[in-house]
Design a protein around this ligand. Structure first.
Ligand SMILES: [Mn+2]
Length: 299
């Protein structure tokens, strides 16, 4: 069995009690074991209620976010860096208060297309700022999982190797990579090799298709990805992420350039994704077993 999660934006981009309850129930009913929410503002959302609903349903939770320009911890403006650290601290607290352990997403710089290349000074500023957040997250039992995204969404961490260098610079033991097949498909020389190379630093995984729609209907080589995950002994969550103009989040839909309608039936989409991932992982395990087994003559 694989541990499979789903991003709540498959269900809704809203954060009213009714929308959150619907997202929880749909995820649970379709057999997902984790739900990922984009950062929820505790001023708008009853965090205690949400934590108790997660517990009742036996659902694990992860929170993801992308830093805004005004909270870019790689900025040359100390006030902006400090604002970014506050945003990250609040997200860590939310993860803890919901009973989770993982904060994921674009945590080391602003999310969005940048107009200039990153400098060494920007890198060092970010490493130093994130290290301090990681320290505090450690006491809260929360890991920081840095999403590696494509060049149009960040000018900092575009490959797993860059992410590993960044993690090494922080010297922190609770900072990991958050890999996403959609982004890896754009930037990595070889997605399977990149997963193997980063093996012991991977903390969280997004499974998404090249056009972010139904899995298997784009051009991503999922067999190679599932093979690599099995080869590194991955037994943590993989979370299905998909976007369509059916569900619009004002901010994220613009930053991720969701212009096309890839699906409208989210139940069919999620059911298919869960089966696709389960079967893909199962097939990869069967292959690994076959190649590892020498059948010798016994007589
Ligand atoms: Mn992602």
């Amino acid at each position: 069995m694989s541990k499979i999660g789903v991003h709540s934006f498959v269900w809704s981009a809203g954060s009213s009690k009714e929308e959150l309850e619907k997202a929880l129930m749909r995820s649970h009913e379709l057999g997902f074991e984790l739900i990922e929410f984009s950062y929820l503002d505790p001023k708008q959302v009853d965090v205690k209620w949400l934590a108790s609903r997660l517990e009742e349903l036996g659902l694990k939770v992860a929170i993801s976010m992308g830093l805004p320009a005004e909270g870019d911890i790689s900025s040359g403006d100390p006030a902006v860096v400090s604002a970014g650290q506050d945003i990250l601290d609040r997200a860590v607290a939310l993860v803890r208060d919901l009973g989770g352990t993982k904060l994921a997403g674009i945590l080391s710089s602003a999310h969005g297309k940048q107009e200039r290349a990153l400098t060494k000074k920007d890198w060092d500023t970010s490493v130093s700022a994130l290290s301090k957040v990681a320290d505090r997250a450690n006491s809260a039992g929360v890991t920081l999982n840095l999403e590696i995204v494509n060049r149009f969404e960040s000018n900092m961490l575009n490959t797993a190797a860059q992410g590993m260098a960044y993690i090494a610079d922080t010297g922190a033991s609770n900072v990991f990579l958050h890999l996403d097949t959609f982004h890896m498909n754009i930037e990595e020389a070889d997605v399977g090799l990149a997963i193997r190379h980063a093996a012991d630093k991977i903390g969280y995984v997004h499974i998404g298709e090249s056009h972010r729609g139904f899995l298997g209907t784009g051009n991503i080589d999922f067999a190679a990805i599932f093979d690599a995950l099995v080869a590194i002994g991955w037994n943590d969550y993989v979370t299905f992420e998909s976007f369509s103009t059916t569900i619009v989040d004002k901010d994220l839909s613009l930053k991720t350039a969701i212009w096309r309608n890839l699906w409208s039936d989210n139940i069919a989409l999620a059911r298919h994704a869960r089966q696709f991932i389960e079967l893909g992982m199962q097939t990869a395990r069967l292959k690994a077993e076959l190649v590892g087994k020498a059948q010798l003559p016994t007589a």
